[in-house]
Design a protein around this ligand. Structure first.
Ligand SMILES: CC(C)(COP(=O)(O)OP(=O)(O)OC[C@H]1O[C@@H](n2cnc3c(N)ncnc32)[C@H](O)[C@@H]1OP(=O)(O)O)[C@@H](O)C(=O)NCCC(=O)NCCS
Length: 138
């Protein structure tokens, strides 16, 4: 069965949770599926996709658009399914949806402990920009 990419459905929860646990084992509690998925479903739920192989969740991506910039989050492909173009398809799916909303620029963040993944984004046309990334938990 070919890969299918479609919007997240509540029945995908366990599959996405397992995917994130495999891909982001060191993520802090506020990024866990039990917290992040309900929050996403309450805000721009259409900007959340899963990739399915034989009905099994093997990839995910979340996006957000704030009227000024688009952002990508939780780009993940199950380790056994990586390097087959799936991550690229997920990013292109999210980009197309953001563009259709009027978004002209997409941003994303990569943890400094995960620098190797920058090569993936560079291959997709993303450039490293001279910014200091800052944040504050509310
Ligand atoms: C990043 C990730 C989503 C890429 O998914 P993927 O399905 O393997 O990506 P693709 O097959 O579309 O890769 C396209 C190209 O990107 C580059 N690339 C992908 N992964 C790479 C890696 N780990 N190191 C260097 N280059 C990489 C390659 O040029 C690749 O083409 P090639 O396989 O023909 O050489 C996947 O590695 C992943 O889930 N990683 C763990 C979670 C993570 O770190 N997510 C990003 C958080 S910011």
């Amino acid at each position: 069965m070919p890969i299918a990419i479609r919007r997240f459905d509540s029945g995908d929860f366990a599959g996405v949770e397992a995917l994130w646990n495999a891909c982001f084992p060191d993520d802090p509690p506020h990024n866990r599926a039990a917290v992040a998925i309900p929050q996403k479903l309450a805000f721009q739920p259409d900007l959340f996709w899963v990739a399915l192989l034989d009905d099994r969740v093997v990839g995910s991506i979340m996006a957000g658009y704030d009227g000024h910039r688009g952002w990508l989050y939780s780009v993940a492909v199950l380790p056994g399914e990586q390097r087959h173009g799936l991550g690229t398809q997920l990013v292109r799916t999210a980009e197309a949806a953001l563009q259709s909303l009027g978004c002209s620029k997409v941003n994303l963040q990569v943890r400094d402990t995960n620098r190797a993944v920058a090569a993936f984004y560079a291959r997709l046309g993303y450039a490293e920009e001279p910014r200091i990334s800052m944040g504050r938990r509310l």
